[in-house]
Design a protein around this ligand. Structure first.
Ligand SMILES: Nc1nc2c(ncn2[C@@H]2O[C@H](COP(=O)(O)OP(=O)(O)OP(=O)(O)O)[C@@H](O)[C@H]2O)c(=O)[nH]1
Ligand SMILES: [Mg+2]
Length: 193
């Protein structure tokens, strides 16, 4: 199982270069990378870049794979699954809880299902904090070819292991926090880390 960090977005809402923006001196994307490094179940990390930012991301010393599709996160997941089963996160999630990631990966393995994804009681899922099998790539391919880029729809087509978030430890929920706008940085007080 690899850890795949989606890092090909344009950061339009943030105002560009979101993943390289330094927080306490460290580029945002490295918070996600380091959280995945602290897990027990992940044995390699790959950054899923855009053709434009691949060279810049390579400087961090991690494996970089280029997303040639650039149709949003679904294309990033599709690209990552060409390597191995993957735990996928967004590069703009600085508060990922390694223990939670390990829990999801273990549930994924136990279930034998194509996808294991956290789900809120209102039905909303967290596909950018989820475990995917290589065999799910075929489903993503069909979905992308149809011109529909909704990850949720692809997930609904397969046998999925849903993890009810409200039944899990509350301290794990910060794992989903992601930075979309500059204002979101204010929510990142030193107590969050
Ligand atoms: N590889 C890859 N990653 C992507 C793509 N689109 C978004 N991402 C990444 O997926 C994560 C979640 O995406 P968003 O929160 O929408 O980030 P974004 O697309 O950079 O920001 P906006 O332009 O404001 O939507 C971020 O880490 C992005 O870098 C894509 O087409 N390919
Ligand atoms: Mg986006």
């Amino acid at each position: 199982m690899i850890g795949a960090v989606l890092a090909g977005g344009r950061g339009r809402r943030f105002g560009g270069n979101k993943l390289l923006f330094r927080i306490d001196g460290k580029p945002l994307v490295l918070y996600a990378v380091e959280a995945l490094e602290a897990t027990k179940e992940i044995d390699g990390i790959v950054l899923v870049a855009s053709p434009e930012n691949a060279e810049r991301l390579k400087k961090f010393g991690y494996e970089v794979i280029v997303d040639e599709l650039m149709v949003g996160p679904i294309g990033g997941i599709y690209t990552a699954l060409s390597l191995d089963d993957a735990f996928v996160v967004a590069g703009d999630m600085p508060l990922i809880v390694p223990e939670f990631v390990d829990y999801i990966i273990r549930e994924f393995r136990k279930s034998g299902k194509a996808v294991c994804v956290p789900r809120w009681s209102n039905g909303y899922i967290e596909p950018l904090h989820a475990a995917y099998s290589e065999r799910f790539r075929k489903i993503l391919e069909e979905q992308i070819k149809s011109g529909d880029y909704m990850i949720r729809k692809a997930i609904e087509r397969v046998d999925t292991c849903y993890l009810p978030i409200e039944e899990l430890p509350e301290r794990w929920r910060k794992s989903f926090f992601n930075v979309n706008r500059k204002e979101d940085l204010r929510k990142l007080t030193y107590t969050s880390f």
